[in-house]
Design a protein around this ligand. Structure first.
Ligand SMILES: [Zn+2]
Length: 165
């Protein structure tokens, strides 16, 4: 398929096969659904994407069983197809890098597919809308969620720098 006509869901599903084979995302009206192949008893499971807390872990993440990093990666793919703020490609570089090894030997291909599919290389802080250049935190409060400046740089620096004495 021509890169230009590929949708985010196409890209997300292709990337998913590289770190959680057999899992797929669909986005019909009314939400995002994730389907995967269950081992025992054998069969397909489909669940609506639904999170508690930070939004990185769906309520059924233990059933999905691919581990914490894969869950965080899946959460970013889901957010990306929902056109919500996501963590930048550098996070995926870390996840697929030597210390975490998401997707193992598929790491480079994952990065390639995301970059070619238009996944953002850099992202803006959801609070001040400035590009985040260093490390970041994750903001999730009152309906606003996404990457934000961390306590040592950008818009949140001032409050953190105030002496506590
Ligand atoms: Zn900021």
């Amino acid at each position: 398929m021509d890169t230009a006509t590929r949708t985010r869901i196409d890209v997300a599903n292709e990337v998913l096969q590289l770190f959680a084979a057999g899992t797929s995302i669909e986005k019909p009206k009314g939400g995002v659904f994730v389907t995967w192949e269950r081992w025992r008893p054998p069969g397909k499971v489909t669940k609506r994407w639904q999170c508690r807390g930070s939004g990185f872990y769906p309520v059924w993440h233990r059933q999905w069983g691919h581990g914490g990093t894969a869950c965080r990666a899946l959460s970013q793919l889901v957010r990306w197809i929902q056109e919500k703020p996501v963590l930048p490609l550098s996070t995926w570089r870390f996840w697929t890098g030597k210390s975490v090894r998401l997707g193992r030997e598929n790491g480079p291909r994952i990065l390639e597919l995301l970059a070619a599919g238009g996944y953002p290389e850099s992202v803006n802080c959801v609070l001040c809308d400035q590009q985040i250049t260093g490390s970041y935190d994750w903001w999730d409060l009152k309906g606003v969620s996404g990457p934000c400046c961390n306590h040592y740089s950008g818009c949140r620096q001032k409050s953190a720098a105030e002496p506590s004495r």
